[in-house]
Design a protein around this ligand. Structure first.
Ligand code: SAM
Length: 258
């Protein structure tokens, strides 16, 4: 989910604000424009997304790629351009993102969007079959980071690896574990420090309750610190008084957006 600056200027605003136009990218063939309104939700096959929340994958990718202004980033495929926009914002104003898609219309439409949202000064869109041809030779040894979101990324990995500067990072995003396995096999031939992550967003409800049992919460136990049994002066064991406990349980807002 990406915020778009309706003034057409490259915006460095950190958070989506009430009234922003946001492009929601569900899949490469399913995107929606949504006007953000406080308290509203977007409902789709992934669940209920509150307008007030941010999706986790893009920020995780940007953190792992260690992007800062001035970086040169290579990406394929461009798709809706939503990730490209975030990459561009991370490397602007002095860096650049070269993104490639083999689908001419998709590339043209992304180019138009980048002009509309003002990131075109730091993004170049190329039409190219990355799995067949790899990245252009001019990028060998030039990239600070490479991001792949392709069906068969293992075909593009050897070329992608050759574009990396020493200590640069390649990230490949795949929805299926079979794709991940095959990509890792190819990655180990070319690169070191290979790690695989599944990114889940899980919210918890934490509240204080005053009781020894937690009605309505099945087997979920309240969090209590172990303590010594107390004895009164006449030798009786003191009964537990109802006391304050902290209850934590996954809330109904859990999202797995992969
Ligand atoms: C899942 S989408 C990418 C989504 C993108 N990360 C975004 O933010 O919208 C995959 C894209 O890769 C492109 N693609 C598939 N095979 C390709 C290839 N061999 N070379 C270049 N692009 C390719 C598709 O046209 C599609 O746009």
């Amino acid at each position: 989910m990406l915020a778009m600056d309706t003034t057409k200027k490259l915006s460095f605003t950190k958070f989506i604000a009430n009234g922003d136009l946001v492009i929601v990218h569900e899949r490469h063939d399913a995107t929606k424009a949504v006007n953000v309104t406080d308290g509203s939700v977007l409902q789709n096959r992934f669940g209920v997304l509150k307008h007030s929340e941010w999706i986790k994958d893009i920020s995780f990718v940007i953190m792992c790629l260690e992007l800062v202004p001035g970086c040169l980033v290579l990406e394929s495929g461009t798709g809706s351009g939503s990730l490209t926009t975030s990459l561009a914002r991370a490397v602007a104003p002095t860096g650049h993102v070269h993104t490639f898609d083999f689908h001419e219309q998709r590339a043209a439409s992304a180019r138009e969007d980048f002009e509309r949202t003002g990131v075109n000064s730091v993004v170049t869109v190329g039409v190219r079959d990355l799995q067949g041809l790899g990245f252009p030779d001019e990028f060998v040894g030039q990239a600070d980071a490479v991001f792949l979101d392709l069906r068969q990324p293992w075909f593009a990995i050897p070329s992608a690896a050759s574009t990396l500067k020493p200590d640069a990072t390649l990230c490949s995003f795949s929805p299926c574990i079979e794709q991940v396995q095959r990509s890792c096999e190819t990655l180990t031939e070319k690169l070191t420090d290979i790690r695989t992550f599944e990114v889940l967003l899980r919210t918890h409800e934490v509240r204080e309750v005053k009781t020894n049992t937690v009605p309505g919460h099945g087997n979920i136990s309240p969090m209590r610190l172990p303590r010594k049994r107390r004895q009164t002066t006449d030798g009786d064991i003191e009964q537990d008084e109802p006391s304050a406990v902290i209850l934590t349980k996954p809330s109904g807002d859990n999202l797995n957006l992969n």
